[in-house]
Write a new protein. Structure first.
Length: 167
């Protein structure tokens, strides 16, 4: 009987520890803060009627079937120029060569991964890990290798070689 009670108590303690370790799933709206002032609203029916009257409406681009509010931003779009893409404009051979080089570098990795049969997800993972490895300080590798060096006696610059046994 005591053994079972002790087992149950140990199980409850474990559940409590696990509950403390896991973050509580909280409603994100509970952190919402609203700041402001209390104010009294004065309703003026004359102002409301004036704002909603058809006098404030105007035809957009002269079309009486398409009426907009006079404060609508579309009222400033009376003329929309036609877009002419820059690709249709003539480019010099030097610019074309530069563009080809840029496109080659831009899509080279994609073509290589496609040829090697590497999926997009694994390529992204590999790229991320490579970029994180690149963040190491370059001196760290040198410091690690400095401790492993062993000094070997031998010929130094400007010194004569040590005598051999045969001389």
């Amino acid at each position: 009987m005591w053994h079972e009670a002790w087992k149950h108590e140990r199980k409850l303690r474990g559940m409590m520890v696990d509950y403390r370790r896991t973050p509580a799933a909280a409603d994100p709206a509970q952190f919402l803060q609203v700041h402001g002032r209390a104010c009294k609203v004065h309703l003026d029916s004359a102002v409301a009627l004036a704002a909603e009257s058809p006098v404030n409406m105007m035809p957009w681009q002269g079309d009486t079937n398409n009426m907009i509010d006079r404060f609508d931003v579309r009222a400033h779009l009376d003329f929309i120029p036609m877009y002419t893409p820059s690709l249709l404009s003539p480019t010099s051979p030097e610019q074309e060569s530069d563009e080809r080089k840029c496109n080659y570098e831009r899509y080279r990795g994609l073509v290589q991964n496609d040829f090697a049969g590497i999926s997009e997800g694994s390529a992204c993972t590999r790229s991320t890990s490579a970029s994180l490895r690149g963040l190491q300080k370059p001196n760290e590798d040198e410091k690690k290798s400095e401790g492993k060096k062993v000094r070997v006696p031998g010929i130094l610059a400007g010194n004569a070689p040590p005598p051999t046994l045969g001389e």
